[in-house]
Design a protein around this ligand. Structure first.
Ligand code: FUL
Length: 450
């Protein structure tokens, strides 16, 4: 959507962006065979979780502060975690629950119970299906997709992996993306479709969970395709200021070295510091964070992973629970008070005059506060406008402002980390913007020692 040349998000994309952080689960035969890309000829009986507990996944995600779960309903090996009628390589061919099990059913029930959203990863690349590599396969994929879209309640995101390799007969498939996307919208009109080029949200260009410091939610997608035909990774990573489509970034990364569980990585769960860096480089740079925590051979999240998730949650809560700028007076030089920037409500905003491409305003705090994190938010229903900004703090001794940071984009949310400073005045300069910047909030925070 666009007004006056400005590209705007859909209502669904705005709601999606507010989710910020959710769980990725890679689970399937690979979990049991210790490989990342199964060949599709695995005996379905290898899939045999001994104590599958979807409630435990959902509770863990909820306590970690995540808003949803995306599961690999079908990975490249073609194995379906639900009893698909269009494949003979599914849970029903496995001995798990005597072929009567359905992982998607268990997950959807647990998500409903705890109020989390459910999403699905479905790999078009299928190393098992005999029709792969023929025209017929696109319809097979659509049939599988339809089962998933109509059988398990609301699906908030459909994750299309662009990978396109050879199927069992050595042939590659020409994917019919328009047909796939149309199928999603037909059955789940509010779903966000992830791929390298959206249309709902885009891959951030790496699997390290790191968005560009400059990160536009707009990008040109015309002439590009998921997978080999995708835009250059640098473009995916930073978006494009003048891009014609709203396709915000989603940063995916695994908490372990691989996407699937392996006992050999039990001691290689990312450290709290690494996860914090990922958080500040994704959620803190206008991207959503999709953190993969693989389910193990029992069918549960391993305690090493859940412990780390809780450590991360605790630090984030202790950091962001108190906005030291809450209620502070904000004033434009010779201008009006901008109370809405510190009212704690991201739904309210302050719109600078329509013709303005720069602006400066000062936060007057009631007392001297110590902080080492800064948050800025644009009001994205009105698009993304700010191109660069700087932050200054008042130095009592020098009787002047000194620059603390100079950065580029803001978007839905921008978080900055820096060594702690003490001051009672903070000045923000919007150095360059599309006409009429609109801000939704500003926060100052102090992270705990850990
Ligand atoms: C990639 C896949 O090839 C990996 O196995 C994993 O699923 C990752 C999230 O996407 O394209």
């Amino acid at each position: 959507m666009s007004t006056q040349g400005l590209v705007l998000p859909s209502e669904q994309q705005v709601a999606w962006q507010q989710l910020e952080y959710y769980l990725f689960i890679h689970f399937g035969p690979n979990t049991f065979t210790d490989v990342e890309w199964g060949h599709g000829d695995e005996d379905p009986n290898v899939f045999n979780p001994t104590a599958l507990d979807a409630d435990q996944w959902v509770r863990t995600a909820r306590e970690a502060g995540m808003k949803g779960i995306i599961i690999t309903a079908k990975h490249h090996d073609g194995f379906c975690l639900w009893p698909s009628r269009y494949s003979t390589h599914t849970v029903k061919e496995s001995s798990w629950k005597n072929g009567k099990g359905d992982v998607l059913r268990e997950l959807s029930e647990a998500c409903k119970k705890y109020g989390l959203k459910m999403g699905v990863y479905l790999s078009p690349w299928d190393r098992n299906h005999p029709a792969y590599g023929t025209d017929e396969y696109n319809q097979v994929f659509v049939n599988m997709l339809t089962e998933v879209l109509i059988g398990y309640g609301d699906i908030f995101e459909v994750w299309f992996d662009g990978a396109n390799g050879e199927g069992p007969n050595g042939k590659k498939q020409v994917y019919d993306w328009d047909l796939f996307n149309g199928t999603v919208y037909k059955h789940q009109p509010d779903a966000i479709i992830f791929s390298d080029v959206g249309p709902g949200c885009r891959w951030i260009g790496n699997e390290r969970g790191i968005a560009g410091e400059t990160n536009w939610s707009t990008m040109d997608t015309e002439g590009f395709e998921p997978g080999a035909g995708a835009p250059p990774t640098e473009v995916l990573n930073q978006g494009q200021a003048e891009g014609a489509r709203w396709v915000p970034g989603e940063a995916d990364v695994s908490i372990r070295p691989g996407w699937f569980y392996s006992p050999s990585t039990d001691g290689q769960v990312k450290s709290l510091e690494e996860l914090l860096t990922i958080y500040y480089s994704s959620v803190g740079r206008n991207a959503n964070l999709l953190l993969n925590v693989p389910v193990n051979r029992e069918g549960r999240i391993h305690p090493n992973d859940s412990t780390r998730l809780m450590e991360l949650r605790r630090v984030l809560n202790e950091t962001f629970d108190e906005n030291l700028a809450a209620g502070a007076a904000v004033r434009e030089e010779n201008g009006p008070a901008l109370k809405r920037l510190t009212d704690g409500d991201p739904g309210t905003f302050y719109a600078f005059e329509k013709s303005r491409t720069s602006a400066s305003f000062t936060l007057e705090l009631e007392r001297i506060v110590e902080f080492d994190r800064l948050e800025l938010q644009e009001y994205i229903p009105a698009g993304q406008r700010v191109k660069s900004f700087s932050v200054e703090v008042w130095d009592e001794q020098a009787q002047g402002f000194r620059e603390l940071a100079r950065q580029t984009t803001i978007g839905y949310k921008r978080l900055l980390r820096f060594p702690a400073v003490k001051t009672n005045r903070v000045r923000i300069h919007i150095l360059d913007s599309r006409p009429g910047p609109i801000l939704a909030g500003i926060g100052l925070y102090k992270a705990p020692e850990h």
